[in-house]
Ligand binder design. Structure first.
Ligand code: C5P
Length: 405
C-alpha cells in the first residue's frame, strides 16, 4: 500500500508481564509493516516471558527496561514519550492497569505513562475472573476518565485453559485503534451509514442466489470514515471479514433485511454510502423443503427485490447519498443514468472487466461522478486508498452543499 496512517509515525510500545507478551512481537511487526517505527519499553516481568533480543530484532532498535543505567538516554521517562506520537500498552496486565489507575510510577514504563502527554492506548490481557473483578472494572473506568483508549480483550480460549473474556486483542485490531487515534478528524460530526457485501436470497433451506462481492470496499469505507472522526454504522451482508473495531455493525442476509435496516438508520445519517451489491432478484416465497432433483429443466420464478437506494433518493432530505455502479459496458453513461434515476449526490463507477478491480479483489479502480457532472478517475489502488479518495470527494460535495445552503 502506498499510503498508510502509520507512515512515519513513532509508536512507543509498552509490554508488561503477561503470557500474551509473545503477541506483542507480532504487533511490532504489523505496526512496522504499515510504516510506523516502534520503540519497545518492557517491564521486568515482561522479560520473564519474552527476551529483549527478540523485540530488538523485530523493531530494529534497543529495548528500554530501566529508569537508570542507559547513558544514551539520561531521562528516558521524559524523552521517550516526547518523541512518540502514541503510547500503546500491549499486553497490559491487571497489575499494570492497577498501577496506571492509581498513578504509581515505580519502574520505567509506569513512569512513562505518567509523564506522557500523548494519546495512550491500553490493551488488557488476563484471565477472565481477573478481568471481570470489580477492582479491574473500576480501574479501567478510571483510565477512561483519564482519556486513555481501552482496546477491549477478546472472548475465547485463554492460555490457562479457561474460556472467556481476557484474550489480548488481535494485532490488526490494535493497529486499527492506533490509526483511529492518529488520523486527522475531518469527518468529525458526520454520521455515516455504509452498506457492504452481497445479499443472499434464499431458494430453499440450503440454497440461495448471491454474487461475488467480498464486502472489502464497504468495510474499508467504514473503517476509514471511523478513523477520520465520523460515527459509523456498517450494515453488511454475509462476508468473510471480521467486524471492524469501534463501529456499530448490523449483519443482514437478504435485500429485504438490508432495506429494513437501512431505513431504520436513514434519519440518523448525514451521509449514506451504498457499497453493497444487493441482489436484484429473489424468490417471493422460499421453498420450505430442499428442492429435489427431478425434471431435466427447472424454472424458478424470480421477483425484484426492493431498490433500497432508489427509495432513499425519494426520501432524501439533507443526506448526501453515494451509490455504486459496477458495470461491464457503457460504464460512465450507465453510472450517470443511475445517479439521476436514484437522485444521488455522487456515484462511484467501476468497470468490472479491468483486471484487479471490483468484486473479490483487494484493489479497485474507480470513476467518481458528482451530481454537478464532475468526473474523477482513480488509478488502480488498494481498496483502503480508494476509500480515502471517495471520502475526500464526499467531503468536497458536503462542503459545496453547505456553501449553497
Ligand atoms: O441499479 P443498480 O443495482 O446497478 O445500482 C447500484 C447501486 O444501487 C448500489 O449503490 C447498490 O448498493 C444500490 N442498490 C440498492 N438496492 C438494490 C440494488 C442496488 O440499494 N436492490
Amino acid at each position: 500500500m502506498r499510503f498508510s496512517t502509520l507512515s512515519s509515525k513513532k509508536i512507543l510500545l509498552g509490554v508488561t508481564g503477561s503470557i500474551a507478551a509473545y503477541k506483542a512481537v507480532e504487533l511490532v511487526r504489523e505496526l512496522s509493516r504499515q510504516g510506523a517505527s516502534v520503540t519497545v519499553v518492557a517491564t521486568k516481568n515482561a522479560g520473564e516471558f519474552i527476551g529483549a533480543v527478540t523485540f530488538h530484532a523485530v523493531s530494529g532498535s534497543a529495548v528500554y527496561t530501566d529508569l537508570f543505567g542507559m547513558p544514551a538516554e539520561p531521562a528516558p521517562h521524559i524523552n521517550l514519550p516526547r518523541q512518540a506520537d502514541a503510547v500503546v500498552i500491549a499486553p497490559a496486565t491487571a497489575n499494570f492497569i492497577g498501577k496506571m489507575a492509581h498513578g504509581i510510577a515505580d519502574d520505567l514504563l509506569s513512569t512513562i505513562v505518567l509523564a506522557a502527554q500523548k494519546p495512550i492506548l491500553v490493551c488488557p490481557a488476563m484471565n477472565s475472573a481477573m478481568y471481570e473483578h470489580p477492582a479491574m472494572k473500576g480501574n479501567l473506568e478510571q483510565l477512561r476518565k483519564y482519556g486513555y483508549r481501552i482496546v477491549e480483550p477478546e472472548t475465547g480460549p485463554l492460555a490457562c485453559g479457561d474460556e472467556g473474556p481476557g484474550r489480548l486483542a488481535e494485532p490488526s485490531t490494535i493497529c486499527e485503534a492506533v490509526k483511529i487515534v492518529l488520523e486527522k478528524k475531518d469527518l468529525q460530526g458526520q454520521k455515516i451509514l455504509v452498506t457492504a457485501g452481497p445479499t443472499e436470497e434464499p431458494i430453499d433451506p440450503v440454497r440461495f442466489i448471491s454474487n461475488r462481492s467480498s464486502g472489502k470496499m464497504g468495510d474499508s469505507l467504514a473503517r476509514v470514515a471511523k478513523r477520520r472522526g465520523a460515527e459509523v454504522v456498517l450494515i453488511s451482508g454475509p462476508t468473510c471479514l471480521s467486524k471492524p473495531w469501534g463501529i456499530e455493525f448490523v449483519p443482514v442476509r437478504t435485500a429485504a433485511e438490508m432495506y429494513k435496516a437501512v431505513l431504520s438508520y436513514f434519519d440518523w445519517a448525514t451521509i449514506v454510502i451504498k457499497a453493497a451489491a444487493v441482489a436484484d432478484y429473489g424468490l417471493s416465497t422460499v421453498l420450505p423443503q430442499k428442492l429435489k432433483k427431478g425434471t431435466p429443466d427447472l424454472s424458478l420464478k424470480l421477483t425484484r427485490t426492493p431498490d433500497i437506494l432508489k427509495e432513499l433518493g425519494k426520501r432524501k432530505k439533507r443526506q448526501i447519498l453515494v451509490g455504486f455502479a459496477a458495470e461491464s459496458k457503457n460504464l460512465i453513461a450507465e453510472a450517470r443514468r443511475k445517479l439521476q434515476e436514484k437522485n444521488l449526490d455522487l456515484i462511484v463507477a467501476n468497470d468490472i472487466t479491468v483486471p484487479g478491480a471490483g468484486f473479490g479483489f483487494d484493489t479497485n479502480q474507480v470513476n467518481i461522478i458528482t451530481a454537478d457532472g464532475e468526473v474523477f478517475d482513480s488509478p488502480l489502488l488498494d481498496k483502503e486508498e480508494i476509500a480515502y479518495i471517495i471520502l475526500d470527494k464526499v467531503l468536497e460535495v458536503l462542503q459545496r452543499s453547505r456553501g449553497k445552503s
